[in-house]
Design a protein around this ligand. Structure first.
Ligand code: PLP
Length: 385
């Protein structure tokens, strides 16, 4: 039976997989030790659980466990990566290249550094959301220390040509950082094959708990060094002080293990549902798909409904279908999505956009209902304008 409301906002967060929760529970009560306690079994057990999780995370992205630094999520990982490089390599230069469609955690971190005197190049994107590789290469200068470009976009699902970007970075001796929060666990991410030097990920986007994530920091060819952004006990090889959140880390590890084993099958099914949804929605008059159709995550589609009123759309849909709209509806006059604006969409198209983010528990019935309901609402709202 169809149960309302339907959750189609998996790019914002996902429910915890019950197997993840089950793995975490003992670490709140019986196995409560501090992973930094070296002198007794309570600490040893906690440390062992953390090291096991480190292996599970590393396995999903083909890294070495010693290259994984646990953080409180992708926002912290983004901050640590960008500020950590800016501080550590300050003698080499202060120029960072990033892209206008990055997540706020990257954009605002770069903006912060800019205020502190760093030189930031904000690349634009092509209308399909992809970066222009020639423009990227031209932007590199002798004082460039970092290229920060996300793996896949959270609003459109557009996947950047990460391997080509890393080759450009390598050719110029510049470090390459990627926020892969949306890509990890959805598509195969391989830090060796992809040539990634630093990479952020988060548990709650892959059916793990909120408040935990990781930063991959390459140890050889080249060995990346980061200045810690938090001072304290020197946890995580000095890169991130603070008592480790053992239950959450265990959950992140389990979530990664499940992705390693199941994401291929899950995503085949999800992609089929997404394509069905997308084909259905694009039949609605005025509907336009945003972002490159091919280089895109399997579980998301972002569609603009020309002439529809974005507020009316959201108000009519939000009780039955949990969705994200392109506009930040926090104020009286909603601002259109900066991601869609950077892709060259005018307000007419950028404002009435909806992001449909499917997940592994999404059903065919939910998709059928969504196609029908969105169609009804758009037709109603268009007639009224
Ligand atoms: C969700 C998300 C983040 C933030 O992750 P948190 O773990 O919630 O801090 C950063 N980047 C991208 C691309 C995201 O989708």
């Amino acid at each position: 039976m169809l149960k309302l409301p339907i959750y189609l906002d998996h790019n914002a967060t996902t429910p915890c997989d019950p197997r993840v929760l089950e793995a975490m529970i003992p670490y709140f009560t019986k196995l409560f030790g501090n992973a930094a306690s070296r002198n007794h079994p309570f600490g040893w057990q906690a440390a062992e659980a953390v090291e096991f999780a480190r292996e599970q995370v590393a396995a999903l992205i083909h890294a070495d466990p010693a290259e994984i630094v646990f953080t409180s999520g992708a926002t912290e990982a983004d901050n640590l990566a960008i500020k950590g490089v800016a501080d550590m390599y300050a003698a080499r230069g202060n120029h960072i290249i990033t892209v206008a469609t990055e997540h706020k955690a990257v954009l605002d971190t770069c903006r912060h550094l800019e205020k502190m005197g760093a030189d930031i190049t904000w690349l634009s994107v092509k209308p399909d959301g992809l970066v222009d590789l020639d423009e990227l290469e031209k932007a590199i200068r002798p004082n460039t220390v970092l290229i920060a470009i996300m793996y896949a976009n959270n609003e459109t699902g557009v996947i950047q040509p990460v391997r080509a970007i890393s080759e450009i970075a390598k050719r110029h001796g510049v470090l390459f950082f990627t926020d892969a929060t949306q890509a990890v666990g959805k598509i195969p991410v391989d830090v060796i094959r992809d040539g990634i030097d630093i990479m952020a990920l988060s548990a709650h986007k892959i059916y793990g708990p909120k408040g935990v994530g990781a930063l991959y920091v390459r140890r050889k060819n080249p060995r990346v060094r980061l200045t810690a952004q938090m001072d304290g006990g020197g946890h995580e090889r000095g890169m991130r002080s603070g008592t480790l959140n053992v239950p959450a880390i265990v959950g992140l590890g389990k979530a990664c293990e499940i992705c390693t084993l199941e994401m291929e099958n899950d995503n085949k099914r999800i992609r089929t549902l997404r394509d069905k949804l997308e084909n259905g929605l694009l039949k609605i008059e005025g509907a336009v798909l945003n972002g490159n159709k091919i280089f895109r995550l399997p579980q998301v589609c972002n569609i603009s409904f020309r002439n529809a009123d974005e507020n009316a759309l959201m108000i009519s849909l939000s009780k039955e279908i949990a969705l994200s709209s392109g506009s930040a509806c926090t104020s009286a006059s909603p601002e259109p999505s900066y991601v869609l604006k950077a892709m060259g969409l005018d307000d007419e198209l950028a404002k009435p956009s909806l992001r449909f983010g499917l997940g592994k528990y999404t059903t065919a019935e939910e998709i059928d209902f969504t196609i029908e309901r969105v169609g009804e609402v758009v037709r109603e709202k268009c007639e009224n304008v």
